[in-house]
Design a protein around this ligand. Structure first.
Ligand code: GLN
Length: 484
């Protein structure tokens, strides 16, 4: 085991005992990046020099006797989060050359806790996608099988964590983009409840659904990152003023007294056989740890995809209106203002982003608003109520994260509907504003990782973290690493 294999907790223990310095550690990660990044392509920007500077600062703080929750820990940041002085593109050509004058609150809090940033991670353009194939720059490869997608949209973050190029990473999740790539790369990914983490400095995709999440190689590590970045931020009026628990203190190794719901709507036709088998085995495992298993029903699950694909593009069409080549990033000059707007947007946005803008503009247009957008909002309420009813009876809900393990690069690019269907198990969670975590629980016939998803009520992160930790600590799926 080399130092890039350590979890964040293991790393911190060695930093604290002075067995290694943050500079040595950061250098080891940069060497690892040089060795495997050419195969994986997880980064949009590697910030080696800045990382070493941050590491040096962390070492001198420690030498002065100071300690902080992430002092000297090297992380990756999804490129939809603004970082002062460092290129931030959201995976889009339209933001090529954009260097933000400020840092997102979530990232700023990591820096405040002493974290070192190794770079900005690849993403589907504006986080729209499930495979990282919609990145305006390059495709990221799954470290378990380079012919396969790493999931998306936080595919760069997930692949880099799995490939040991970063100790942990930030992703964002609007319909599954933290949990789905975590599942496909065999790591842990948590999407916090809406309002748990500040969205200030996150380039907005769908503002009522977006959340910043943590990705790591253990549940404890994900909990630590979340603890650092969670909590009220006066700069984001949707961030809630609710105290942040010490999640790690609430983690026990047994599940006595925990009621786990299994929704029948999540074991549907078309789900890969090994996915169903692994998740059912994981549920049995939760039972063996003391949990009480109950069937629950989430009857509006099937409406999640159509509802999401009205609401998310509607919000995206409004959020993306600001990119006209004047204020941010790339600009293609035309004969007049309108032509400049048109050419900049026409060439700057990729096909999936254009598709979403068209869908969203249509759903919001005067004649169709009631039939589509308003109807979708009513459906969203029904989905939220499904979860409220279920959580009146159970503490957490266990499901597969995705219907299938990672597919081949190119397999679904020409079929957007097939791509959208990949999110059937994750999307309703964002619509309801609740929290969810994905953690490794098996392998499919192609030896690709499978994810177990645990869902909790709004601001019930400690419940899913506890259950996930108990499962993880009594299994060894999380200990496996891809050989690269
Ligand atoms: N795959 C979904 C989409 O394409 C979700 C993306 C996300 O969570 N950012 O919109």
């Amino acid at each position: 085991m080399t130092l890039t294999d350590w979890t964040i907790s293991e790393t911190l223990a060695r930093l604290r005992s002075r067995e290694i310095s943050a500079v040595e550690l950061t250098q080891a990660y940069l060497d690892r990046i040089s060795a495997v990044e050419p195969k994986v392509n997880a980064f949009l920007t590697v910030t080696g020099e800045q990382a070493l500077q941050q590491a040096k600062a962390a070492d001198s703080l420690r030498a002065q006797g100071e300690d902080r929750p992430l002092l000297g820990v090297p992380l990756g940041i999804k490129d939809v989060l603004c970082t002062e002085g460092v290129s931030t593109t959201a995976g889009s050509k339209i933001l090529k050359g954009f260097v933000p004058p400020f840092t997102a609150t979530s990232v700023q809090r990591l820096f405040g806790a002493g974290a070192v940033m190794l770079g900005k991670m690849n993403t589907d353009e504006f986080a729209m996608g499930s495979s990282t194939e919609n990145s305006g720059y390059h495709v990221t490869h799954n470290p378990w099988d380079l012919k396969r997608i790493p999931g998306g949209s936080s595919g760069g973050s997930a692949a880099a964590v799995a490939a040991r190029m970063v100790a942990g990473a930030l992703g964002t999740d609007t319909g599954g983009s933290v949990r789905q790539p975590a599942a496909m790369c065999g790591i842990v990914g948590i999407k916090p409840s809406y309002g748990r983490v500040s969205r200030y400095g996150l380039i907005a995709f769908a503002s009522s659904l977006d959340q910043v999440g943590a990705m790591a190689r253990s549940v404890e590590d994900a909990a630590l990152i979340l603890e650092v970045m969670a909590g009220h931020d006066p700069l984001d009026s949707t961030s809630m003023n609710v105290p942040v628990p010490n999640y790690r203190a609430g983690m026990r190794s047994d599940l006595k007294g925990v009621r786990v719901g299994v929704p029948k709507e999540y074991f549907i036709e078309g789900i890969e056989a090994e996915v169903e088998a692994s998740v059912r085995a994981a549920i049995e495992h939760l039972k063996a740890l003391g949990a009480e298993i109950r069937e629950v029903s989430l009857p509006h699950t099937a409406y999640g995809i159509p509802i999401y694909y009205l609401i998310a593009p509607a919000e995206a069409s409004a959020n993306l209106a600001r990119f006209e080549g004047v204020r941010y990033g790339a600009r293609i000059e035309g004969a007049d203002m309108w032509e400049s707007y048109k050419t900049t947007r026409g060439r700057g946005f990729g096909p999936e982003v254009k598709r979403r803008i068209m869908l969203g503009t249509y759903a919001l247009s005067a004649g169709y608003y009631d039939a589509y957008y308003l109807k979708a909002q009513k459906g969203r309420t029904l989905i939220r109520q499904d979860f409220e009813k279920a959580f009146a009876e159970v503490d957490v809900i266990a499901t597969p994260t995705t219907p299938r393990a990672a597919f081949l690069i190119g397999e679904k690019v020409d079929d957007p509907l097939q791509m959208y269907l990949e999110d059937v198990f994750t999307i309703t969670v964002n619509l309801a504003g609740i929290c969810g975590i994905s953690l490794p629980c098996g392998k499919d016939v192609n030896q690709m990782p499978i994810g177990l998803q645990l869902l909790g009520p709004a601001f019930g992160e400690e419940k899913i973290l506890h259950a996930a930790h108990a499962y993880e600590q009594s299994t060894d799926w999380h200990k496996r690493a891809p050989s690269l």
